[in-house]
Design a protein around this ligand. Structure first.
Ligand code: PLP
Length: 355
């Protein structure tokens, strides 16, 4: 099918760019002796998780138990749930997943770890845990001074196995070498404290897309969990970790109105792109018009300001989303293209998995 035959709005993936992104990250990880465990929150699609595994990933990362269930279809044998999960129904589902694959969960408190331990012990399975530390994002993670106490508490629980530590350097959004050096000092210091207290940490899991090419500079880290790198997006360009040529995902939209001078309106708004505007201007980058500003959105309308534009109703535009992970969650299907041909279609089985 020709790309122009796709009904819009449509999320398309340039397969050549995606494959280059996958290979580059796999090569980087191999070269630096780092294990790669991509976060699947970006594509939410088992077929793409399978490609990451084929590129040498040791396993996959998810945020939710329901995402773990979906990702089993990728053939994954080793899953990390890098999110504090809590609640009886989640525990029930967690142990079912643990019967099918090796599962590890990041925890930052004994309150979160105890129900996992009890459910695992009752079901006769072992669930791994990583002790998560707050490395500066101040989201989740035990404060560094409480890290060793958390390790002590975790090893006392039945049904779970302490497999190491985790952190997420989401506060480092650009190539801030000082922040990376501080991160390295913090993590290597904590590994040292754990060792002195008698704890081995076989897995030290961290990493993100903005910091992707500096991961090897974080002393002691053994595993990286980049997510966005498979597609990249405007935020990643802004972070300095990729260029526009590395963005595999674009949303094709149709111009539906040019009635207001200096503006065209497209058939996609917040239901299509997400409202994420983190660090960049506008809600997406118009591929062939970098000076146009995707200024405003309603649910189904995108307002693009572009003085002197010559677009007509029915014209198509391609837009690089600001935050691809949230945009993917809004789409039922994504299309893989080579040049102007649509060669693959995937349903986004992991979209809307909130629990
Ligand atoms: C815990 C955790 N690990 C890894 C990632 C992947 O980050 P990125 O998409 O920047 O690669 C995220 C992203 O939100 C995350 O929350």
């Amino acid at each position: 099918m020709h790309i122009n035959e796709l009904d819009t709005p449509a999320l398309v993936i340039d397969l050549d760019v995606m494959e280059r992104n996958l290979s580059r990250m796999a090569d980087y990880a191999r070269e630096h002796g780092l294990q790669l465990r991509p976060h699947t929150k970006t594509h939410k699609t088992p077929a793409l998780g399978a490609r990451q595994l084929a590129h040498g990933a040791v396993g996959l990362t998810v945020a939710k138990v329901s995402e773990a269930e979906v990702m089993l279809a990728s053939g994954v044998q080793d899953l990390l749930i890098a999110y504090p999960i809590f609640g009886a129904e989640k525990m029930r589902r967690l142990v079912e997943v643990a019967k099918k694959a090796r599962v590890t969960v990041s925890v930052d408190s004994l309150e979160a770890a105890r129900p996992i331990a009890e459910a695992a012990a009752a079901a006769g399975v072992t669930v791994g845990v990583l002790a998560e530390v707050d490395a500066g994002l101040h989201r989740v993670g035990v404060q560094p001074e409480g890290f060793v106490d958390l390790l002590r508490g975790l090893v006392g629980l039945p049904g779970i196995e302490l497999r190491g530590m985790a952190f997420y350097p989401g506060h480092i959004k650009n190539q801030d070498l000082d922040a990376l050096a501080a991160l390295s000092t913090l993590i290597s210091g904590l590994i040292g404290e754990a060792k002195a207290a008698g704890f081995a940490l076989p897995i030290v899991s961290g990493g993100s897309t903005p910091t992707e090419w500096h991961s090897h500079e974080v002393a002691g880290m053994t595993e990286i969990r980049p997510g966005t790198y498979i597609f990249n997006d405007r935020n990643t360009i802004f972070s300095g970790a990729c260029t526009a040529e590395d963005c595999a995902a674009t949303i094709i939209a149709t111009v539906v109105s040019t009635s207001v001078p200096g503006q065209f309106v497209i058939d996609g708004g917040s239901k299509t792109f997400s409202s994420d505007r983190t660090a960049v201007d506008g809600f997406g980058g118009i591929l062939d018009a970098p000076d146009a500003l995707f200024e405003k959105m309603n649910e189904e309308h995108g307002y693009v300001k572009h003085a002197g534009h010559t677009r007509k109703v029915g014209d198509r535009v391609r837009i690089v989303p600001n935050h691809i992970c949230v945009a993917v969650n809004l789409h039922e299907r994504i299309y893989g293209v080579r040049g102007d041909q649509v060669v693959e279609t995937w349903t986004v089985d992991g979209r809307g998995k909130l629990q």
